[in-house]
Ligand binder design. Sequence first.
Ligand code: SAM
Length: 250
Amino acid sequence: MSEGFYSDARLYDRLFPAREAAVDFYRAEADRQGGSVLELGCGTGNKLIPIASDGHPCVGLELSPAMLAEARRKAGERGVELDWVLGDMREFDLGRTFDLVIIAANSLLHLHEAPDLVDCFRSVRRHLAPGGRLVFDVFNPSVQMLAQADGVRRRRDALSFVDPDRGVVHVDVAETYDAAAQVTRGRWYFSTESEADVVVAPLEIRSIFPQELPLLLSLGGLRLVERFGDWSGRPFTGDAAVQLCVCESD
Ligand SMILES: C[S@@+](CC[C@H](N)C(=O)[O-])C[C@H]1O[C@@H](n2cnc3c(N)ncnc32)[C@H](O)[C@@H]1O
């Protein structure tokens, strides 16, 4: 239910420009591991293109044709070579293994059902070379944050951005939290100075709670070996904003 959100890839990149700390973290992980890298839900390549430019053979797998086309365009523009695959991270077979698999920027949270997450982890495991690792980041769902998803449409001033074609774009979000599904269901409204709601897109994001995360991984044949709470590598604690997870085959 979030495909529409990714149908305008340039809008996505302006809304969520690459965060340097996150890009640096994944680049360092690729260097620490050495060798080839597969990113699942690679979007427009904000992490993978810099990793490929460091000399790692890279493959990006992505569900949205629009995001993949933009990734291909950006890589071509920068003269960086890597392979792009249209596919679903729940079930894929690339016929080879990788030293590192990454799933960056909450991409994993587009899988809402527990069996989908387990299928994804099983697919990752089949693609890990001996000694290979899976590294991913998902947000840490705090009760305060989830309680704010009360259905009211609110302006997010911090997310306003300038679009060369449209001028200043303001962003409003209305979210509700479905506690049974552990899914935050949002509608994102993009408005220019002259026109309200030029783009309206749904975005539905699951929460993975800290205690369930290692259990889901283990059902997929993976083991959580490290969990950081920020991009500098601080150990994960309850008040951390993110869960940065490093996993190996069981
Ligand atoms: C929040 S974006 C992150 C993009 C990129 N990883 C980054 O760091 O900028 C999430 C991406 O996951 C993709 N995605 C969602 N479900 C997917 C699936 N089942 N298989 C592959 N990609 C998926 C979306 O199309 C989107 O490009």
